[in-house]
Design a protein around this ligand. Sequence first.
Ligand code: CAA
Length: 267
Amino acid sequence: MTTQPTTTPGKTTQPTTMPGRVALVTGAARGIGAAIARRLARDGFAVAAVDTDAEGSARTANSILESGGRAIAVGADVTHEQESSRAVARASAELGPVTALVNNAGILRDNMLFKMSTEDWDAVLNVHLRGAFLMTRAAQAHMIEAKWGRIVNLSSTSALGKRGQANYAAAKAGLQGFTKTLALELGKFGVTANAIAPGFIDTEMVHAMVDRMGVEFDDWKTAAGREIAVGRVGTPDDVAAVAGFLCSDDAAYVSGQVIYVAGGPRG
Ligand code: CAA
């Protein structure tokens, strides 16, 4: 799919992203990742939807194809070195060089520090940090060659510290340092790197967390909304809109930033 110029009387606005570019989105089976995949497709990217849940990534890819876009589904575990390089290689072979990468894959294993298992620490750090590192290292060569690239890492308001999330908070704060370093190293090759830090977003991951606490989701959502400046919990599309901008040509001079998408300064 190519993005058509939108025409208003006396004015033609060109798309902000050149058609023909290829984006790879991890954790694209559902939630924020699926919304970002669909958004980038709408903006003119061919999209590789990567997830360990191959059926879910196929659902995302199919929804893009049904809307007239180009997409493939790739089942891969981002923590696995060979699988992550194969995912980038396959997307580049089938769609074209991957020059936009969204490291969105993530898991929650919340627990108080004194009860947190080493396995739950490692699992969270591995998916978020090792996964983003492996995928970025695999994709950056295509960006350097193209002298154009966009890297978007999904951080979180939890990076600022959150009770029960020593593992997740450390991973999400780590992604901010990773992002800023990528911006410094890759800037001279036309590659930008930014992080999005969402607050509470209405996704299956948050539903599972609320279920685990034995709370009715709608009650939680109403109560959480009261604590947020704009008065509501976010949607995956709220986050996807920011990812769309950061992957566009218009965002060429924005790099190394962390953009909180949390309905307020603290989420
Ligand atoms: N040694 C011994 N005891 C300790 C201790 C220690 N080091 N530290 C705490 N304790 C005790 C406490 O005093 C408390 O004891 P009492 O019950 O006797 O008062 C007890 O351990 C802990 O009790 P809690 O009931 O508070 O803890 P819990 O284990 O039942 O659960 C929790 C705590 C994991 C934080 C749980 O409430 C939870 O999962 N909350 C949700 C966390 C959350 O909001 N996650 C965000 C998910 S969404 C997201 O992350 C998306 C995003 O990007 C924003």
